[in-house]
Design a protein around this ligand. Sequence first.
Ligand code: MN
Ligand code: MN
Length: 457
Amino acid sequence: MELKYTRKNVYKEADGKQLEEIYAFAEGYKAFLDASKTERDASVTAKKLAEENGFKPFSFSEKLKAGDKRYFINRYKNVFLIKVGTENVAKDGVRIMVAHVDSPRLDLKPNPLYEEAGLCYLKTHYYGGIKKYQWTATPLALHGVAVLRGGERVEICVGEDENDPIFYITDLLPHLAAEQSTKPLGKAIDGESLNAVVGGLPAVDGDEEENKEAVKNAILKLLNKKYGITEIDLQCSELCFVPAGRARDVGFDGALISAYGHDDKVCAYPEMKAIFDCNSPHTVVAVFADKEEVGSVGNTGMQSKVISDVIETIANSFNANPIEVRYNSKCISADVTAGYDPAYPSAFEKRNSTFVSCGAAVSKYTGARGKSSTNDASAEFMGWIRDIFEDNGVFWQTGELGAVDVGGGGTVAQFISNLGIDTVDVGVPVLSMHAPYELISKADVYALYQACLAFCK
Ligand code: MN
Ligand code: MN
């Protein structure tokens, strides 16, 4: 029996074989990330992988039976993977893992296209918590869908292929930024200045009126030729700018990964892999949630009734009481936390921080200003989680998101626990969270996979 608790570094503890597994797992993760920058992209990837793993489309009116594997894609943006076990669902409940697949980014405004000073722009309205200055002077890609008159959907993805153009938001040159440089960080870049350059080649055809907005006209012609869309179709679209780069190894040893959208794909990938790989007597559900970054609202966010409906469908399949199933269910809210950053020590309390490469990060609670607006996992459920992690050799640690009263954050945990389900936050420590390129350790994404496997088992 060890009297003292010491946090362990996974890389120090891992043997040669484990180290190989950690690095191999990271390759799959990077491929998933590059294909899954938005919640729509992630839903497409999840569907493809689910089908490869023998999952079939789900229906609310079907009778599920042990051994069934189902996927439900809710409105292109929210995924439920269901694996029905042999245990009695009324007594055993459902093992639920929820990660979100939306990440902070720049959405297009409804009337985004305009021309100014010989350049054509798309206006944006940022989505989620961003530091605006980080989104200027960096390559951006455009992802999403537009719906034409009559309902045809047109998928758009520009800026990811090597040969694609990218899009670009300008910043002021330092020579003229004397005034800008005196502004607080949060005010230096105005939200209304986050307009991306999308063209500069005018279509000159001699018509005076036409030539007034010659670049915009040329871009509209180009968009129409390529996608069949007209300007009003942009009002029926969901298009956004995301960083154009790929996931890359970081460090001479490649121990870390920098990428857009680790929050929260770094948890979505392990939970998805765990439901594919687990051989469990329990009924397991893995969720890819949308809208977490803006409050989990709407019919694809975790405040909606959809998760209850899925549980009810499982319950009805076995003539079990859905309330009983819910109350006996357990949930890992798989979301990232802020790892201790030695560059900004005052934002953290070192004894109660999570550290990069020290394993899956368990947060009993999140919240801000006196633990407000958070799920707070019970001592009993924390004890249960500790036992399953310890029994299965999972590398895990625990900590808070930053020092008291410095700020805070929330996850979907509170919305799941509101349903009467025991819930705890288990994720991955991230550095530079919500930046265009965030940083995580390969050891931690693998540790979370082990944690999810242990939870399913
Ligand atoms: Mn998150
Ligand atoms: Mn976030």
